[in-house]
Design a protein around this ligand. Structure first.
Ligand SMILES: Cc1ncc(COP(=O)(O)O)c(C=O)c1O
Length: 360
């Protein structure tokens, strides 16, 4: 199969883009007096630091991420959550009203929303009823979606969320590799829930799959959803383009410092992940005992997808008891399903107790 280079897949205006050059990009050393960025000389209480713009290249945080998470430092791009990384990839590769993306449905709803915002068409390759990849169908789909050209418009990106939200399952790496090698565009593997899976990362495929991008986040297993720190691991041309397109100061200094602090507490985070996994298995087992629960799908994430007799009734009855779960029953392929995040032991017990009351 003749492929396109990464640059050929990019929007031509991004390839030729001269990025904004911020003061903190132009001077990175130490100095006595900084009068180059139109900052105020003090913040509201006279603290030093908060009045200054943060590092636009996130150098210290990248070093910590690389050391603690074992990710290659030069391949990293950091953003305001992995959501920003997804949006930036759309703006680099997809020409509005012309290009398309391919989704394995059901999957994380934001891909569709970012496509809609950017006026990009979406093709769906449905997962099987057990949420595994339909490889035979994928073959045909890849053949079909590879038809276009960058000039005429084509399927530029394909998203694989693994572990998948909302189904919770991971996809085997050999299947991801097959797809990434066959698809002519950019394959993005979203590993937001990776740390709960105990599986090997798609990053190991990057050498053999030259158009692969892997996304991670500190919002889930690292417990920093509030700080908004997303991570892309990408080939050099994509790293360069993402740095050109992202907002210059897309990650606040406060978020960067908090993220470094969290990474310094990695052992505690790993213990929490272990605890969440144990709780996930306990809650899954307990849920199976309720007669109104039809199926608890196996999960590699920090949530469970559960098929029940009456999802609307269950969600509203739990809400009346102060417990909020997510109704996913209108999502393609998820009829009758609710998604339950794994909380701490006492939160999970509250859920199970409320469900017992409903049963009675
Ligand atoms: C699969 C998936 N990817 C990405 C995100 C966004 O994460 P972030 O907080 O890093 O923007 C989510 C959030 O729920 C998610 O489920």
């Amino acid at each position: 199969m003749s492929g396109y280079t990464i640059k050929e897949l990019m929007r031509p205006n991004i390839v030729s883009l001269i990025p904004y050059s911020s003061a903190r990009n132009e001077f990175t050393g130490t100095a006595k007096v900084f009068l180059d960025a139109n900052e105020n000389w003090r913040d509201f209480v006279g603290n030093v630091g908060r009045n200054r713009y943060p590092d636009p290249q996130h150098r210290d945080l990248k070093r910590s991420i690389s050391t603690v998470m074992g990710l290659p430092e030069k391949s990293l791009v950091l953003g305001n959550g992995s959501d920003e990384m997804i949006d930036v990839l759309f703006r680099i590769f997809c020409v509005p009203h012309k290009d398309k993306i391919l989704l394995m449905s059901p999957t994380y709803g934001a891909y569709q929303v970012f496509a809609d915002i950017n006026d990009i068409g979406v093709s769906h390759c449905p997962l099987k009823t057990d949420f595994s990849l339909n490889l035979r169908h994928m073959d045909t789909v890849c053949h079909l979606v590879n038809n276009g050209t960058p000039e005429s418009g084509m399927h530029k990106m394909l998203f694989i969320c693994s572990p998948n939200n909302p189904s919770g399952n991971s996809f085997p790496l050999d299947q991801i590799a097959t797809i990434a090698q066959r698809f002519k565009g950019i394959t993005i593997v979203d590993e937001a829930y990776f740390e709960f899976s105990g599986k090997e990362s798609a990053i190991t495929l990057m050498r053999d799959c030259p158009r692969l991008v892997v996304l991670r986040t500190l919002s889930k297993s690292w417990g920093l959803a509030n700080a908004r720190v997303g991570i892309a691991v990408a080939p050099p041309e994509i790293v360069e383009a993402m740095h050109k397109v992202k907002y210059p100061y897309n990650l606040s200094g406060i978020a960067q410092e908090l993220a470094i602090e969290a990474l310094e507490h990695a052992q505690e985070v790993y213990r929490n992940i272990e605890g969440t996994i144990q709780e996930r298995e306990r809650v899954a087992q307990q849920l199976q005992k309720f007669p109104f629960v039809k199926e608890v799908f196996p999960s590699d994430a920090n949530f469970l997808l559960v098929r029940v007799l009456d999802p609307d009734g269950l969600c509203s009855s739990l809400r009346e008891r102060g417990i909020i779960i997510r109704n996913r029953s209108t999502v393609r392929g998820c009829f009758g399903c609710v998604r339950i995040t794994i909380g701490n032991r006492s939160e999970n017990d509250s859920l199970l107790k409320a469900m017992e009351e409903l049963e009675g």
